[in-house]
Design a protein around this ligand. Structure first.
Ligand code: DP6
Length: 405
């Protein structure tokens, strides 16, 4: 809820989560409105591990321009068309409320001061734009007391970063590609809440990239323009997979969920390789993680783990809580003390494990060596909730920027 202090500084603060897609968004059919060529589906990750905290504030007493401060550094909002688009959409919705009800304070006329912090280092190589834009949109919508649902707000967050529209909700979230040219039906919606399948876990293997990856916005444009495989993926492969994975989620069928997730990651990276010039996001360490997951599944005799990779080399491995020893326990035995991050609320069950869940003799020894050298940090997390309104404001009652960094 937005609150006004004596000095008429209005504030609202929210947290927002990271999401990791299991059916990937890759390709735009409209770059201005940021409309995708295919639907996508993601799992929202717990904010007990990773989250963005954002305060939106406004005051008639602030200097004229809107400002944004990210992780302690002032940003140039005027050069970010995406941020400007989100803010102007939200302001227009507030203005409509004020026009309809003259008793409302004219917040739409006040400059905004937005302050945002991630609780994870940028060096972790996790795309922070999804959580960042979701938090920005949610915080300003709360400040303006907008009645729009998360689904309606996803239309705005999408313009900040496509994947951000899925971070406005918890659990299992689909972003429907939509058909209308104006993008009004290209929205995110919850397929199932986190409570439907709360046992879902995610283990992120943080892999350092030797050189900077091609940014996703640029990479997907190259793929759309040059890959012959791409159209097949967008038109035929993804629609079937969307239906199949939603069925698997409704039935909590991990085997099907896992196979679709792994195949979709592979198809997405195949279209990257098929781009001209080719784009490589996965490296040798990523491929060792693929081998590891297949070896674990073979050794156990059922599918207990699924890998997926975004526009970078980090592996995200999904598994169910009951298989923690088999999956995370084996990874821990391989990486041992050379890796950080074996802590936090999702570590409790693993803390007492000393032997690997799967005999390391069943794992390709080359993959073991490459992973030991290449993975410096893990993040243990699981499915979680959507944005939460909080009172830990990053702007004081009198408008000063506060920091938790
Ligand atoms: C591989 O959402 O970062 O993570 O809309 O251009 O900001 P823009 O792209 P972005 O792309 C994410 C691509 C992906 C797959 C996914 O999250 O669905």
């Amino acid at each position: 809820m937005a609150s006004a202090s004596n000095q008429s500084v209005y504030r609202a603060t929210t947290t927002a989560p990271v999401n990791i897609a299991v059916i990937k968004y890759w390709g735009k059919r409209d770059t201005t409105l940021n409309l995708p060529t295919n639907s996508s589906l993601s799992v929202t990750l717990s904010q007990r591990s990773l989250r963005t905290l954002t305060t939106a504030s406004c005051s008639a007493e602030y200097p004229t321009a809107d400002t944004l401060n990210l992780n302690g550094k002032p940003q140039d909002i005027q050069s970010s068309k995406r941020t400007l688009a989100c803010i102007s959409n939200l302001r227009a919705l507030r203005k409509a409320l004020e026009d309809a009800d003259s008793s409302l304070p004219k917040l739409s006329a006040h400059p905004l001061r937005i302050v945002s912090e991630n609780n994870f280092p940028t060096a972790a190589g996790l795309a922070s734009s999804a959580a960042g834009f979701a938090a920005l949109v949610r915080a300003v919508a709360d400040l303006y007391q907008l009645p729009q649902s998360p689904k309606e707000l996803s239309r705005i967050a999408r313009q900040g970063s496509g994947s951000a529209c899925r971070s406005l909700m918890g659990g299992y979230v689909a972003w429907r590609t939509g058909e209308l040219a104006d993008g009004s039906d290209s929205l995110a919606e919850e397929v199932a809440p986190a409570s439907h399948w709360p046992e879902m876990r995610a283990l992120v293997l943080v892999v350092s990239a030797e050189k900077k990856d091609v940014p996703s916005t640029e990479g997907m444009q190259t793929t759309v323009a040059t890959s012959a495989l791409f159209a097949e993926r967008a038109q035929n492969v993804v629609p079937q997979r969307m239906t199949a994975i939603e069925t698997a989620i409704q039935a909590r069928n991990f085997h099907d969920f896992a196979e679709i997730t792994m195949r979709d990651s592979n198809t997405f990276h195949a279209t990257c390789l098929d781009s001209w010039p080719p784009i490589f996001y996965m490296n040798d360490v990523s491929r060792a993680a693929v081998r590891l997951v297949h070896d674990i599944n073979n050794a156990v005799g059922r599918t207990v783990a699924a890998y997926t990779f975004d526009a970078g080399p980090n592996a995200v491995i999904y598994y169910e809580e009951k298989d923690s020893e088999l999956v995370a326990g084996t990874v821990k035995a391989i990486l041992g003390s050379s890796s950080e991050g074996w802590d936090g609320v999702f570590y409790e069950r693993l803390a007492s494990i000393t032997a690997p869940g799967v005999s390391l003799e069943k794992i390709d020894p080359r993959a073991v060596e490459v992973l030991k050298d290449g993975v410096s940090r893990v993040i243990l997390t699981g499915v979680g909730e959507g944005p939460v309104s909080v009172e830990d404001h990053l702007v004081s009652e009198t408008g000063e920027i506060l920091s938790t960094l």
